[in-house]
Design a protein around this ligand. Structure first.
Ligand SMILES: [Zn+2]
Length: 344
């Protein structure tokens, strides 16, 4: 059996500090395209790699920002461009944007802290957000979403009930090292699991090291995992007959930046190299791995889920090497960015 590999990209705009500083405004396209010197180091880089290696990916496109961008709607063109590239667009929602539907939003955000949580949210409220997302996809003229991913991987049992009510058949809500609801029913490391009739396909969570009795969990992201670790996990997943591995990334992780407008920014060569090597590896190992979109994976696994929930082991040495490599590169990036900003 081939292991499906789903590269998922949460594609979203930035509040840009507008909640804490009324003089600031949300940042749209620069957060997604991440243009540096006339070249897209974010979405453009990703689309180019996927095309080169014939990898269909899944872009979870944020829709609640539309409460802010009512007249000019910059994400519509982005979503259509992604679909034209042969990829899936699926629904991603950050509830914090919903505050912009109220004219008095500056007072509201001053009064109460950021409402960006799906955890603990009333079912009716969640249903309303999901329906807003479905309507947005229809307005954009892209296929109706069949998979949902919440902002910050925030979930609870009520969210799944709401997904079922809205007729969204699949989800990718769980990434335990990002968010743990402490509900044992949702302590999902791998596989595909039915909850309220919705098929949940968690982002892979693995154990990267263990010291004494303490084990450390990590969720599989491009920004947080070296290619050597990812390859090891893919091989172990295949050996254990895990039917799919879900990875998480964001377009803005392919630049190092000092601000969301990308005024001082540079390509992130470390992350770009990881993604490029992963795509090349998947392309060259199609006998064992099948890169697919998540809606496609959901419909393939609907009747044959894998509810074993295996926890894969990484390699302690590889994670130490990754930490060192990342620290050196981040320090170099800050130095290079400070030189960009320095007077000539
Ligand atoms: Zn997000």
């Amino acid at each position: 059996m081939r292991t499906r590999v789903c590269i998922s990209i949460d594609t979203e705009f930035s509040i840009g500090g507008a909640f804490t500083n009324p003089g600031r405004q949300p940042v749209a396209e620069p957060m997604v395209w991440c243009e540096v010197g006339g070249r897209s180091q974010g979405l453009g880089f990703l689309l180019d790699q996927f095309e080169r290696h014939r990898i269909p990916a899944t872009f979870f496109v944020e829709a609640a920002h539309r409460y802010y961008f009512q007249e000019h709607d910059p994400m519509g063109a982005i979503a259509r461009r992604i679909v034209a590239g042969g990829h899936e667009v699926q629904l991603h929602t950050h509830p914090c944007w919903a505050v912009f539907q109220h004219a008095d939003w500056p007072e509201r955000v001053r009064r109460e802290p950021l409402q960006d949580e799906f955890f603990g949210r009333a079912e009716e409220d969640t249903v309303q957000l999901l329906r807003q997302g479905q309507q947005t996809f229809a307005d954009w003229g892209v296929p109706a979403p069949t998979v949902f991913r919440p902002g910050n991987m925030q979930h609870d049992d009520t969210l799944f009930a709401a997904l079922a009510r809205c007729g969204i058949p699949y989800s990718s809500c769980v990434g335990l090292a990002v968010f743990d609801s402490n509900d044992p029913r949702y302590r999902l490391y791998s596989g595909a699991h039915h909850r309220h009739g919705v098929l949940e396909m968690p982002v892979l969570t693995f154990q990267d090291w263990q010291l004494g009795g303490r084990r450390h969990l990590k969720t599989l992201t491009i920004a947080g995992t070296s290619f050597d670790e990812t390859r090891l996990l893919l091989e172990r997943a295949h050996a254990q007959q895990i039917p799919l591995v879900v990875l998480l990334t964001h377009p803005f992780e392919y630049v190092q930046r000092r601000d969301d407008h990308m005024l001082a920014a540079r390509g992130n060569a470390l992350h770009q190299d990881r993604l490029a090597r992963l795509c090349r590896y998947l392309d060259g190992n199609r006998d064992r791995f099948l890169p697919t979109g998540m809606g496609e994976a959901g419909s393939a696994l609907q009747s044959t889920p894998d509810e074993r929930n295996l926890l894969l082991q990484g390699s302690g040495w590889k994670s130490i090497r990754r930490l060192a490599e990342q620290a050196v590169y981040d320090r170099y990036g800050s130095w290079a960015l400070s030189r960009q900003g320095a007077p000539a």
